[in-house]
Ligand binder design. Structure first.
Ligand SMILES: [Mg+2]
Length: 329
């Protein structure tokens, strides 16, 4: 099947709007099990309600993504100190929706010390709070992919010092960079390139990503089980679900993208239907698929109905121009 070929600006729009829409679609169902989730059609019909918030409300995943992009636009480049300041400002103003523990720890530490190199949650806390916000960051390195791993590692370390979380942040940024080209996506080389980018940071995680093409040959149940408990000593629950642990989150997101790479709605619905940390899965897969297929691949009623849709689009356009200027265009 031939994939559509969006222009680069459409990919930037698809990334930010896709992140917000996927996040907002998943948020009402955070913590649900697979069998409790609505079917594809019901899920995509419109935004369900999160108690106390308007429909189309997105959460920390999108808020930290937007803070990162606003920083790059403001600075004309990737400056971890400014990104840390903007992330911490979300906590200072108490405006974070559904924050994770490590990011909360890091934001408070930064507000005290102003030192982005040491404020990240300590090793042992390996949540997905890095990967949830780095798809957009990967687009800053389209012309300079060799710089991506270490630059994204630094931005990841603002919130998490654990090498698994750092590697997860790099993995999603690398996936974003690879998906932003018109080239067909070959499973083996896609997973190999991501594994190569993270191997210096976390070799075991790299091997799990390199093995994803094997998961794609297995039946869904077998693969889902292997992915859900990857990186854990033993299964946390009797049935598979995607917890906020970074290893299964990243594997699940890439697994879904590779299975549904020609349909934004199919991919995002499949991601949310895994259950568990589904706002984060929706945000990551929504962003990656938006990069791959462009803004027009996102159903219009969702792209227009998500909160702050117009200002997110405007920011995406500014980000596109900023990255073009960074590349010397
Ligand atoms: Mg969230």
């Amino acid at each position: 099947m031939t994939e559509s070929q969006p222009d680069l600006q459409s990919r930037f729009l698809g990334c930010l709007v896709g992140c917000a829409v996927g996040d907002a679609l998943g948020a009402p169902f955070e913590g649900y099990w697979e069998h409790q989730l609505p079917g594809r059609t019901a899920l995509l019909r419109g935004f369900a309600e999160v108690d106390g918030y308007p429909r189309g409300q997105y959460t920390d995943d999108t808020q930290l993504t937007l803070a990162t992009v606003e920083s790059i636009v403001g600075q004309g480049g990737v400056e971890p100190a400014d990104i840390a300041r903007r992330i911490a400002a979300l906590w200072k103003s108490s405006s974070v929706v559904g924050p994770g523990g490590a990011c909360t720890f890091a934001a408070h530490a930064f507000l005290k010390t102003r030192d982005w190199t040491s404020c990240g949650a300590p090793v042992g806390q390996a949540g997905n709070g890095t990967a949830m916000r780095t798809a957009a960051l990967g687009l800053a390195f389209l012309r300079d992919p060799e710089r991506l791993p270490e630059a994204v590692a630094n931005v990841s370390r603002i919130t998490h010092q654990d090498p698994r979380s750092v590697a997860g942040g790099i993995a999603i940024a690398k996936a974003a960079q690879l998906l932003a080209t018109p080239d067909p996506v070959d499973q083996g080389s896609f997973c190999g390139a991501i594994a190569g980018a993270i191997r210096p940071y976390e070799a075991t995680f790299a091997s799990l990503i390199e093995d994803l093409p094997l998961r794609l040959q297995e039946d869904r149940e077998t693969a889902f089980y292997a992915i859900a408990w990857a990186g854990s000593a033993k299964p946390e629950f009797s049935r598979p679900v995607i917890t906020p642990f970074v290893v299964p989150t990243v594997l699940a997101a890439l697994w879904v993208v590779l299975q549904h790479r020609s349909s934004w709605p199919d991919a995002v619905a499949a991601a949310i239907q895994l259950g568990g940390d589904v706002d984060t899965l929706g945000a990551i897969v929504g962003a990656l698929m938006g990069i791959r297929l462009g803004i027009t691949a996102i159903p219009a009623h969702l792209a227009e109905g998500v909160l702050r849709s117009n200002s997110i689009r405007l920011l995406a356009e500014q980000y596109f121009l900023t990255v073009a200027a960074m590349a010397g265009d």
